[in-house]
Design a protein around this ligand. Sequence first.
Ligand SMILES: NC(=O)c1ccc[n+]([C@@H]2O[C@H](COP(=O)([O-])OP(=O)(O)OC[C@H]3O[C@@H](n4cnc5c(N)ncnc54)[C@H](O)[C@@H]3O)[C@@H](O)[C@H]2O)c1
Length: 396
Amino acid sequence: MSSSLGVAVIGAGMAGKAHAAAYRAATTVYSPVLPEIRLVSIADVYEPLAQETAARYGFSRADSDWRAIAAADDIDVVSVVVANSLHREIVEGLLTAGKHVLCEKPLSDTIEDARAMAEFAAAAQSRGLVARIGFSYLRSPGIAFLRQLIDDGRLGDLQHFSGRYWTDYGCRPDAPISWRYQGPAGSGALGDVGSHLSYLAEYLCGPVSEVSGGRFHTAITERPKPLGQVVGHTRGNVSEERSPVTNDDYATFNASFERCVGTLEVSRVAAGHPNDLVLEIFGSRGAARWSQTNPAQVEVMLHDELSDLVGYRTVPLGPAHPYYSGGWAMDAPGVGIGQNDLFVHQARAFLEEVAGIAEGQSLPRCRSFADGVHNMEFLAAVTESAAAGGSTVSVA
Ligand SMILES: NC(=O)c1ccc[n+]([C@@H]2O[C@H](COP(=O)([O-])OP(=O)(O)OC[C@H]3O[C@@H](n4cnc5c(N)ncnc54)[C@H](O)[C@@H]3O)[C@@H](O)[C@H]2O)c1
């Protein structure tokens, strides 16, 4: 194992900051088995943001061009956290330069680029490089507990699944245009939050075989141009000029999985629901649900309760549940978990793999680029279904 790993983040926007904060905290959870993590650089084309983010999270320097990160001898590990259409060039450049890469989801903006990236990553792997995709919810204790309830049979045979990821970052017509609103059908709410919902549905319900009932809607068809830098979902001063929105604000579809069927719905215009990921699973012996609004609890109902107590009960997550013990400075039940914590555990899992810590002693590994391609193929099938009026489309 190397005595230290130098880390950089490319993109200092909304999720870039989460990666920067996560690398800073990654050694503070679980056993102290990681090598020294050196926080080296934050790169963003908007240099003031790179500098501010580097200073805020204790990185030694800021860069304005990702090529400086690729060329730096003191950097081993890089997160790529920029617009999806930029992932391929930067990821391939970094792998060529011998860096380990954690790329944000979705893997790319086109399936062709995603497939090319997966091939590139497979070749890099033979040179000892680790290339992974950030499916950040896969170490959420509550979601892992749902999966445990399914796997140990406590919910019985699965009957159906309901998943939604409603957000409202685009619900106001004065939210400025950004890369998020421009791209082909399926690259809007579906590619953004639907990429999370789809891998989570498969995590719980097994591999998807087909989708149907695909339907997209663009509620706000043009948006004002911003007068300054747009980061994440922020609103700010906008001009009188407008640009067309070319992708979906809302998407819904049905899917068949190995264990059951389900309905999935995503939105970026669900006013009043800033970050509302809800997963609910129904089985022959009971049901369970989890929500990102209260992520430190799971609701469970089991038929074998006393008959006058049948109904949902709230279970606060704690050391009896997956990834909880040692996963936070205070790991007692009721302390609370947030979405930012998931980035810490994701960074930790990535660093553990790069450092060569055995899989059995690590958090679940980050997923491969091949998994990122599959995720996009799943979403592409939804787009195909929507284009064909909701018809059934197989997923390879
Ligand atoms: N896992 C999650 O929960 C999650 C959440 C949000 C975003 N994301 C993903 O993270 C990625 C970035 O999303 P975001 O919301 O942070 O975007 P953002 O628009 O907030 O930030 C992107 C940043 O990249 C910078 N940038 C643009 N071109 C660059 C270049 N060539 N080199 C360096 N920097 C460049 C921009 O100046 C901006 O600061 C996307 O792939 C998105 O899907 C994941």
